[in-house]
Design a protein. Structure first.
Length: 149
């Protein structure tokens, strides 16, 4: 699937649509992505800040997708674990950016070459309009080279 079509699907995907999450950039080569969450009346928590589940959801699928698309069809890739740490209350529009460098892809590919599983942690800061970190999300991606049929 092309990046442009995936961006369109994300706009209509209910967990993003109803949380107010929007993919603002997904590069054609799946090296980079950018996601934003605008604060609205329907995605605020009890104290008027961003709902923590929405902050986590805006980051959730991207490392797995970027790794999967960059490695290609010869690999099994999925999310193994995730965690979030809240740094300060999130208000207004918050953004998360992802960049998967060639060196990381090469490292994962080399580690998986023998057929063993590879577990790789990625950290993404979620920042507000002032550039302050409101949360840090860590995702662990599982990678294994597919066995010949």
């Amino acid at each position: 699937m092309k990046a442009s079509r995936l961006r369109t699907l994300f706009r209509l995907w209910p967990p993003f649509l109803f949380a107010g999450i929007r993919v603002t950039h997904l590069s054609d080569d799946f090296r980079e992505a950018r996601v934003e969450l605008r604060q609205r009346f329907y995605n605020r928590n009890y104290v008027g800040t961003h709902f923590g589940g929405s902050l986590f959801a805006m980051v959730d699928p991207f490392w797995m997708i970027l790794v999967m698309r960059r490695l290609g069809p010869g690999y099994m890739v999925w999310d193994q674990a995730g965690e979030i740490r809240f740094e300060k209350p999130g208000r207004g529009t918050v953004v998360a950016g992802f960049r998967l460098d060639d060196a990381v892809v090469d490292e994962i590919r080399a580690a998986a070459e023998g057929g063993d599983k590879v577990l790789r942690w990625f950290e993404t800061p979620v920042t507000d309009a002032a550039g302050d970190v409101v949360a840090r999300v860590r995702k662990q991606v599982y990678v294994r080279k597919k066995r010949p049929a």
